[in-house]
Design a protein around this ligand. Structure first.
Ligand SMILES: O=C(O)CCC(=O)C(=O)O
Ligand SMILES: [Fe+2]
Length: 281
């Protein structure tokens, strides 16, 4: 039987009994993800190979790996999975530093609706590298009505010189990918509002707002979102799937004397557009 048990931290549920071959489970996990938990945690699936992971991602939609740079396609068997590791020969993309709060691909116009992270070689608890998740939908709901009105029509520029390609742009020539997104997003599936990536790793500016004021607003919204979070201390074979439009995540620093290898897939959900409709031209 497919069951969901809440983490108790206001976001996320542990999933048991999931069978990817059972089609009736597909809509159940989509519903549990978007309507209820925003983060699904599958513990200890140590034998999940590349195909199995790709097939689970397909339940949610189109793989966005085409936006990754050629040189970063580092999985030996497929282009659809990125390996993030703090071991150079395996790809140094994630390195060992902390990754501040962010949503994946926020600096692309076509953002990822869902993301998957699979822990192939997690660090032991003393090795760091836990991943934290916060609910930006609840954070929006908790704002005072006057703050909601104040931010309703704001946009933010999200920017990153990192490892994803901005379609049509030459990142190798030094152009930093960036995109403008509405701060308040309406989830295309549930109709619920959330704060979309209100600060952290990719925040650049708020068009039309003085930069000091923009930074203060971003900081205060970010701290509102991240006052509660679920902290995932990895065990071998854990799989996390999250609603990337209604959450933020962060990775704690890794002790570089430990090896850590995780696999990433970013997905654009089939039935919805990841493009910010409220902002569409
Ligand atoms: O390594 C992790 O736990 C998270 C990695 C991540 O958030 C990213 O690469 O976007
Ligand atoms: Fe991420």
């Amino acid at each position: 039987m497919l069951t969901f048990t809440e983490t108790g931290d206001g976001i996320g549920a542990f999933v048991e009994g999931f069978d990817a071959e059972n089609i009736s489970h597909h809509e159940l996990i989509r519903e549990a993800l978007f309507e209820d938990h925003l983060l699904l945690i599958f513990r200890a699936l140590p034998n999940l190979d590349a195909n199995a992971l790709i097939n689970i991602a397909k339940i949610f939609g189109e793989n966005l790996s085409k936006y990754f740079r050629e040189e970063d396609r580092n999985h030996p068997e497929t282009d659809e999975i990125l390996i993030l590791s703090n071991v150079n020969e395996l790809g140094s993309l994630g390195a060992s530093a902390e990754l501040p709060w962010h949503t994946n691909l926020a600096y692309l116009p076509q953002v990822a609706s869902i993301a998957l992270l699979y822990g192939e070689v997690p660090t032991p608890p003393e090795g760091g590298g836990a991943t934290l998740f916060a609910d930006t939908r609840c954070a929006y709901d908790s704002l005072l009505p006057e703050v909601k009105t104040e931010i309703e029509n704001l946009t933010m520029i999200q920017s990153q010189g990192g490892y994803h390609v901005y379609p049509g742009e030459d990142v190798f020539g030094g152009i930093i990918p960036q995109a403008e997104h509405s701060l308040v997003r309406v989830h295309p599936r549930t109709g619920r509002k959330s704060l979309y990536c209100p600060g952290g790793r990719f925040f650049n500016k708020i068009p039309g707002m003085d930069q000091e004021q923009a930074k203060l607003l971003s900081k205060s919204l970010l701290s509102r979102c991240t006052s509660n979070f679920y902290r995932h201390a990895w065990e071998p074979g854990d799989l996390l799937i999250w609603d990337n439009l209604s959450t933020l995540h962060q990775r704690e620093v890794i002790d570089p004397s430990y090896t850590r290898i995780v696999h990433v897939i970013d997905v654009l959900e089939d039935e919805i557009s990841g493009t910010d409709k409220s902002n569409a031209q």
